[in-house]
Design a protein around this ligand. Structure first.
Ligand code: TTP
Ligand code: MG
Length: 345
């Protein structure tokens, strides 16, 4: 049986939650994130609603830039406990519909719906959208296709409130005109490197020589070659529970300065631990990931018998990181995750 995968992603999630909580905010430009302090604030935009995206504002942008572009917007602080509660209820609703369900972030999940066929899948998607709208007042975007990669690109295709179905015979037509940036793992740097080769669209990438991609990007080159052809093997996990919580960051420029790398790791740890705390999740393993400038990627893991405190996490993560820094090689990406999760109520 051919696989059919659905990707569900809630629209402007934190901002939409705020609009639901306070009806007077609906339809107004809303930015959720750090305090802008009239343009002097530090920190970033967590998300914003679609009314304010037209000013070019997006997640991760410094809040001071957002303030310059949209001083008139309504700025709200992040209320993780509230968003987490809504997320849990919606995820439960989705999980009940299928056997194979995997939540991948606070507002995203994959569902394996192979047994339904494409017609059944589309019907299920419409039903889910209507149910989420009715029960929570929120809209989501859904993508349906033969694997996680294409389903995820499809859910993003007609955001917000979209539903995009890409049947196997439509995959090439769908993927080829899109920018390579849509592929998993392709950030601004890979995009620039590919542009140097004259490759900007997924179609152009699919036409590139496999050997050439491997020579330039190493193992990642092979992944790119496959992704461009719509090949992506990763399965939807069975039990649906979050298995790990992770964050990663790509440096603007590859760096080898220990202090800067450590500071970035500390930021990631804080974010991961905040998310874990908001789910009331404890954990018994930590993982540090490093990608060197040539895309070689390594991870180091440490397991513990009992859940860790924040300071212990930071100290151990530093130990794991140190072994990667010995050779003074340049690093392009750093990641941190916690796993072996313990769910408490
Ligand atoms: P996303 O699904 O990436 O963004 P979104 O739901 O706000 O908007 P849309 O899906 O319609 O494009 O992320 C989900 C939530 O995660 C988002 O509401 C806020 C949070 N988030 C951050 O805090 N920082 C970030 O950099 C990103 C991307 C998201
Ligand atoms: Mg979303």
């Amino acid at each position: 049986m051919d696989k059919i995968i659905m990707h569900v992603d809630l629209d402007a999630f934190y901002a939409a939650c705020e609009e639901q909580r306070s009806p007077e905010l609906r339809g107004k430009p809303i930015i959720v994130g750090a305090d802008p302090k009239e343009g002097k604030g530090r920190g970033v935009v967590s998300t914003c609603n679609y009314e304010v995206r037209k000013f070019g504002i997006h997640s991760g942008m410094p809040i001071s830039w957002a303030y310059k572009r949209a001083p008139h917007a309504i700025y709200l602080p992040v209320d993780m406990a509230y968003y987490t509660k809504i997320s849990q209820q919606i995820m439960q609703l989705l999980q009940k519909k299928v056997k194979k369900f995997e939540q991948i972030s606070i507002d995203e999940a994959f569902l394996d719906i192979s047994s339904l066929g494409y017609e059944g899948a589309e019907k299920l998607a419409k039903g889910m959208k209507a149910e989420i709208k009715k029960k929570f007042g929120l809209t989501c975007s859904i993508g349906i296709s033969q694997n996680k990669l294409i389903a995820k690109i499809a859910s993003d295709f007609q955001k917000p409130n979209g539903l995009t179905v890409v049947k196997p015979h439509e995959v090439k037509l769908f993927l080829y005109p899109l920018s390579v940036r849509k592929l998993i793992g392709v950030g601004p740097k890979t995009e620039a490197a590919l542009k140097e080769l004259g490759v900007e669209t997924i179609g152009e990438l699919a036409a590139a020589q496999r050997e050439k991609l491997e020579r330039i990007f190493g193992k990642f080159g092979l992944l790119l070659y496959e992704e461009a052809r719509g090949i992506y093997e990763d399965e939807v996990s069975e039990d649906g529970e979050i298995k790990s919580i992770s964050r990663q960051a790509t440096f603007a420029e590859d760096i080898s300065e220990k202090e800067l790398i450590l500071a970035a790791l500390n930021d990631l740890i804080n974010e991961v631990l905040d998310e874990a705390a908001s789910y009331r999740i404890k954990f018994k393993a930590i993982i540090v990931k490093v990608r060197y400038s040539n895309f070689e990627t390594h991870t180091k893991q440490k397991k513990f018998k009992t859940p860790l405190r924040k300071e212990e996490v930071k100290a151990w993560a530093k130990v794991l990181l140190k072994s990667f820094l010995k050779e003074k090689r340049k690093i392009r990406l750093i990641g941190f995750a916690v796993s072996d999760l313990v769910f408490s109520s």
